[in-house]
Design a protein around this ligand. Structure first.
Ligand code: HEM
Length: 579
C-alpha cells in the first residue's frame, strides 16, 4: 500500500496541497473527488453538446424532426469511433438507427446516408436546386487541389468548369491516351514477373508505383526521362498521402510537407505548360487538352473569380490547379481498384479462367506485344468489363461521397439543417440496395444481364447507348414491316403502342434503381475521370491476366477504408509468369 501511494503522496504533498500535512485517505478522497468532478464536467458538456445540436441547430421552420443518431463527445464528436471501429462501427450504427442517421465527424454535424433510395431522394433535391449539396472537402484536401479546382469550386462555376474539363475525357481523347496507358501497365506488370521464377511483393505498393507513373504520364506527360531522380513522383506521393491531414502549417507536420510537395508538382506542371504551348503537339496528355481550352496567354483570371471558365476558356491558374487535381484524384482511386482486381481474381481462379477464355477468343491471351488494344476492342470484351464493374461494386475505392447542405433539406420524414455535412456511403448503398442479389459474392456474371446494366448512371453510358440503339432499331424495323403489310390507321395504333411500351420499359429500367451502383459518385459531382479510370482498370485486368499467375498470401486480411479501400497488410502476393 505504501509503495502504491508513495508517488502520489509526494506529488500532491509538494505541488497541490502545500497547506499542511495530509493522510493517505485524504489524498484518495481528493483524487476521487477530482475524478468525479472531471467526469461530471465531461458528462455535462456532452449533454450540453448534444442538446445544443438537437435544439439550437435544428431549423425552427421545419416541423420534421432531425434524423436519429448521436453527436458523440464534445468537439471531437464520433470521429474517433469511426477511425477505431471502422466497418464495425458503421454496421452498429446502421443496425441501431437505420440507413439515415446523424453523427458528428471531422468537425461538423453530419448525416450519413446508406441506402440507394435515400441517396436518390437527396439527389432529386440537389438536381432541383433544393439546397442539398455543395463541396464539403476538408481544408487539407481543398488546399492540395487548389482554389480553382473543379473539386473545390461550386455552383455555376463548377458546372461550367466541368463541361470544359470533360473535353479531356471524350472517346476521341481516351483513344489518344490508351497507347501510353497500356504501355505503362504492360511495363510494370512485366517487371513484376521478370527475372524470377517466383516474385513476392506487396500488391498495393506495386500498384501504387504503377499508378504513380501512369497518372503522371497521362495527365502531364511526366516520364522517367523528365524526372530522372523521381523528385516529382515523390512530391506527388507526398501530396497524395497528406490529402486528409490536420491543416496546421508547422514544419515537420504532414500539411507543411504537403505544401512544399505541391510546389514541386506545380513547378513541373508549369514547365510542361510552357513546353506544350510552344511545341503545339498533338493531344498526348490531358494537359495538352486543357491547354487547348486555355484563355489567351497573359489574360490570367484571378483566383476564385466567379466568372472564370464560364466563357469556355481556362486561365493558367485553372489549368495548373486542375492538372494537379486530376493527378491526385486519379491516383489512389485507381491504385485501390487495381489492388482489388489482384485480390478478387486471386481469390476466384474460376473467374480468372472465364476471363482468360474471353481474351483467348479475341486472340489477346497469347499476345505479349504492347499497344495492341483499341478502345473499341476493350469495349467489346463484356467479361473484362463485368469484372471491373463487380470489383468496383464489391470493393469501391471511395467509401463516401461528401456534400454540404446549403440550406435546410426536408426529406419525407426528417429535416437536415443548412451547413451540415452529408456522407453518401458508397459501401452502404451497394450492400443495402435491392438491385442486386448475393450482394457479398464476387459475381461478374451479374453484369452480363442487361437489366442490371441500367442500375448505374453515368459509368454505363456505352452499354446504355448500345441497348437504347437496339431498341430504336427494333422499333424502326417493326414500323417498316407494319407499313408494308397493313393500313395507315393500324400503323398509327401499332406505332403509338410500341413507342409507349418501349418508353415505359426504358423508363422503368432507368428509374427503378437510379442510385444502386455509385462507385464513381452521383449527380453533378460525379467523377470527372470515370471513363479513364474504368478504361485503365480494364487494361490492367487484361495485362495482368495474360502475363501473370499469382497467389495471395493472406487472402482474408481485414481492410482499411480511409482514405481509400485497401487490405490492411498491403496485399502480400507471389507472382510468376503465366504458364
Ligand atoms: C477507378 C477509378 C476511380 C474511382 C472509383 C473514382 C471515384 C470518384 C468518386 C467517388 C468521386 C466523388 C464523386 C461524388 O462526390 O459524387 C470522384 C471525383 C472525382 N474524380 Fe474520380 N475516381 C476514379 C478515377 C479518376 C481518375 C482517373 C480521374 C482523373 C484523371 C478522376 C478525377 C476525379 C475528379 C476531378 C473528381 C471531382 C469531380 C467534381 O468534384 O466534380 N477520378 N471520383
Amino acid at each position: 500500500m505504501d509503495a502504491i501511494w508513495s508517488f502520489p503522496v509526494q506529488f500532491f504533498d509538494l505541488r497541490l496541497f502545500p497547506w499542511g500535512s495530509i493522510t493517505e485517505t485524504s489524498v484518495a478522497t481528493s483524487v476521487l473527488a477530482t475524478l468525479a468532478l472531471g467526469l461530471s464536467a465531461v458528462l455535462l458538456s456532452t449533454i450540453l453538446w448534444s442538446w445544443y445540436f438537437q435544439n439550437c441547430c435544428r431549423d425552427p421552420h421545419s416541423s420534421l424532426p432531425l434524423p436519429p443518431g448521436s453527436f458523440g463527445w464534445p468537439l471531437i464528436g464520433e470521429t474517433l469511433h469511426y477511425v477505431r471501429g471502422g466497418v464495425t462501427e458503421y454496421l452498429k450504427k446502421r443496425r441501431k438507427y437505420g440507413t439515415l442517421y446523424k453523427t458528428h465527424m471531422l468537425g461538423s454535424p453530419t448525416v450519413r446516408i446508406e441506402s440507394d433510395k435515400r441517396v436518390a431522394e437527396l439527389l432529386s433535391k440537389e438536381l432541383s436546386g433544393g439546397g442539398a449539396s455543395s463541396c464539403a472537402l476538408p481544408t487539407s484536401a481543398r488546399f492540395a487541389f487548389g482554389d480553382t479546382s473543379v473539386a473545390v469550386v461550386t455552383g455555376a462555376q463548377h458546372a461550367s468548369l466541368k463541361r470544359n474539363l470533360n473535353k479531356a475525357f471524350t472517346p476521341a481523347r481516351l483513344r489518344d491516351y490508351l497507347p501510353s496507358v497500356q504501355d505503362c501497365v504492360h511495363r510494370h506488370v512485366a517487371s513484376w514477373i521478370q527475372g524470377h521464377t517466383e516474385n513476392q511483393m506487396l500488391g498495393f505498393q506495386a500498384c501504387k508505383k504503377l499508378v504513380g507513373d501512369l497518372i503522371l504520364e497521362t495527365v502531364v506527360g511526366c516520364t522517367r526521362e523528365q524526372d530522372p531522380e523521381g523528385k516529382v513522383k515523390e512530391a506527388f506521393f507526398t501530396c497524395n498521402d497528406s490529402l486528409f491531414c490536420i491543416p496546421l502549417d508547422i514544419p515537420g507536420l504532414a500539411f507543411n510537407k504537403a505544401k512544399k510537395a505541391r510546389h514541386v508538382v506545380v513547378d513541373f506542371v508549369k514547365t510542361r505548360l510552357n513546353a506544350s504551348n510552344s511545341s503545339g503537339k498533338d493531344f498526348v496528355t490531358i494537359l495538352d487538352v486543357l491547354l487547348s481550352h486555355q484563355r489567351e496567354r497573359g489574360a490570367e483570371v484571378p483566383y476564385c473569380n466567379e466568372n472564370a471558365a464560364l466563357d469556355g476558356h481556362l486561365s493558367d491558374t485553372q489549368v495548373i490547379d486542375n492538372a494537379v487535381t486530376l493527378l491526385i484524384a486519379g491516383a489512389d482511386t485507381v491504385t485501390s481498384a487495381f489492388c482489388s482486381v489482384l485480390k478478387l481474381l486471386g481469390k476466384h481462379p474460376e473467374k480468372l479462367a472465364l476471363l482468360r477464355k474471353e481474351l483467348e477468343s479475341q486472340d489477346l491471351l497469347s499476345s505479349d506485344q504492347a499497344n495492341d488494344l483499341s478502345l473499341e476492342l476493350v469495349q467489346s470484351l463484356p467479361y473484362v468489363r463485368a469484372v471491373v464493374k463487380e470489383v468496383l461494386r464489391l470493393l469501391p475505392p471511395v467509401g463516401g461521397l461528401l456534400r454540404l447542405t446549403t440550406r435546410t433539406v426536408e426529406l419525407e420524414d426528417y429535416h437536415i439543417p443548412g451547413n451540415w455535412r452529408l456522407v453518401y456511403s458508397v459501401r452502404g448503398v451497394h450492400s443495402e440496395t435491392d438491385a442486386f442479389t448475393d450482394k457479398d459474392k464476387f459475381l461478374p456474371e451479374r453484369w452480363l444481364d442487361l437489366n442490371i446494366e441500367h442500375c448505374g448512371l453515368g459509368l454505363l453510358c456505352f452499354d446504355s447507348f448500345l441497348s437504347i440503339s437496339i431498341v430504336v432499331v427494333v422499333v424502326v424495323v417493326v414500323v417498316v414491316v407494319v407499313v408494308v403489310v397493313v393500313e395507315v390507321v393500324v400503323v398509327v395504333v401499332v406505332v403509338v403502342a410500341v413507342v409507349l411500351v418501349v418508353a415505359a420499359a426504358v423508363e422503368r429500367l432507368k428509374t427503378e434503381f437510379p442510385c444502386a451502383y455509385v462507385p464513381f459518385g452521383v449527380g453533378g459531382r460525379t467523377c470527372l475521370g470515370k471513363e479513364l479510370g474504368f478504361l485503365e482498370t480494364c487494361v490492367f485486368v487484361i495485362e495482368v491476366a495474360r502475363l501473370a499467375d499469382w497467389t495471395l498470401l493472406n487472402p482474408d486480411a481485414s481492410r482499411l477504408f480511409l482514405p481509400i479501400e485497401k487490405p490492411v497488410d498491403d496485399l502480400p502476393v507471389v507472382l510468376r509468369k503465366r504458364k
